[in-house]
Structure formats: structure tokens, C-alpha cells
Write a protein of this length. Sequence first.
Length: 151
Amino acid sequence: MLRLACLAVLVWTAAAWSETLVAARTIRSQAILGPGDVAVIDKSVPGALTDAAEVVGLEARVVLYAGRPIRPGDVGPAAIVERNQIVTLIYRQGALSILADARALGRAGVGDAVRVMNLASRSTVTGIVRGDGTVTVGGPDRSGMTMGALQ
């Protein structure tokens, strides 16, 4: 009976063992990850990424230290909007579109939320960065949910 229990634990442990993605060297934040920047180790770390193809071409959002696991929040799409950059702010509701110049208050990539300050009214809103570098507030987003303009 004891042998059977030990064998079951051994089989379960082997089945639960998987690979973990780690930084091959220390990588500064805002660097774009290439194939040589990551390595796979035979260790299971909960919450860590496991596939190198998932991160190649993404930007490091934080400093990635050599040998440490890479988690989903540590990487993201490359930023196309930089802090203090002047962007076009677009409000869309139905057929109505209002465009204004705004200053980005942070860095963001496509699909990320970013706070911007409308240069004309000096009000601060949060919008979603689009592929062309514009920031959209109001109206439905891709999921059909309304994007709120936060004060």
C-alpha cells in the first residue's frame, strides 16, 4: 500500500513538472525581446510563461534579471506612444467624432489604456491607444463595452 502511494506521488509530481521561461541575461525595461534574450529551464514556476514564442518581439515592461522567471505582466506590446508626446484624442459616439490634441501622461502600446491631457481644456481622460497612435475615448471599444472617460 505504501509503495503504491509513493508511486502515485512520483507520477503526479512528474506530470506536474513543466518548463519555465527565464531571462537569459539582464534586460532593461523598454527593450524589445529577441530569441537570444530568453531561455527555457526545466522547472515549474506558477504564473510564469512557458513559451519563448509568446515573448519574442514584445517589450520588457520592467527590468528582467538573468535566470528569473518571466511573468505575463513583465512584457507587453511595444509602446508607440511615449510620455509627453502630443497625440490626437478622438471621441466617437455613433456618427459623431470629435478630435483634439492631447499630451500623453505615460507610455503605452496598441490596445493599452493611457492617461492623456486635452491641451485645450486641460482635462485628463483615459483612452485606448490605436494602431495609428491615436487615443480613443468614449463610445464602444472592440468588445462592445463603453470606454469611460475618467477624470
